[in-house]
Unconditional design. Structure first.
Length: 185
């Protein structure tokens, strides 16, 4: 990822308990490698626990910013990691919906992987876009007006989507490239 540089650029990672661990840790590492600043934003006040798959508990991560006090204007882009529990919880959280919608309204880059795109169906952000996701979301996304394709990373009008942790290299590269273009790096 060293070919993309976003020095000092803050990127929000919206997540809660049940996030798929590599879908949080690998984007954080990629942001840092690009000289950016990753910021974990969560409805949880202090800490979240990640998962390996949907069944195995993994590591704990400190929350940097509590969602009710998070300001989308402070960030150049947004990442929505997956994990079934994480994504299902966030998609019905009104503060999360408002936070995510603000990035689309401002035309800032957004990336969602695996189950992460679920919240996008709730806020009407996929209509007219081409996306991918974990296969079980295909019907939800197409019913919300998206064209769903099975590809490692899909970029559509400022939105990057990917299927699963195996796609993280492509996902991170596509998103960080969009951020670098948006901030003029």
């Amino acid at each position: 990822m060293s070919d993309v540089s976003i020095p000092g650029t803050k990127i929000a990672l919206l997540t809660t308990k049940g996030v798929e661990q590599p879908e949080l840790t690998e984007p954080i590492a990629a942001i840092k490698d690009a000289s950016g600043t990753p910021v974990i934003v969560s409805p949880e006040e202090t800490q979240i626990q990640a998962m390996k798959g949907d069944w195995e508990h993994a590591d704990y991560f400190d929350v940097d910013v509590h969602l009710p006090s998070a300001n989308p204007e402070d960030y150049a882009g947004l990442i929505l990691p997956g994990g079934t529990l994480n994504a299902d919880t966030l998609r019905i959280d009104e503060d999360a919906q408002k936070f995510v919608k603000a990035f689309f309204d401002a035309g800032k880059p957004v990336a969602a992987i695996c189950h992460g795109p679920w919240i996008l169906t709730e806020i009407g952000a996929v209509s007219g876009r081409t996306v991918t996701s974990y296969p079980s979301l295909k019907t939800d996304l197409t019913n919300a007006g998206a064209t769903w394709i099975d590809d490692a990373a899909v970029v559509s009008d400022g939105l990057v989507t990917s299927r699963n942790p195996k796609d993280l290299d492509d996902f991170n590269r596509a998103f960080l490239t969009l951020v670098a273009e948006a901030v003029g790096s």
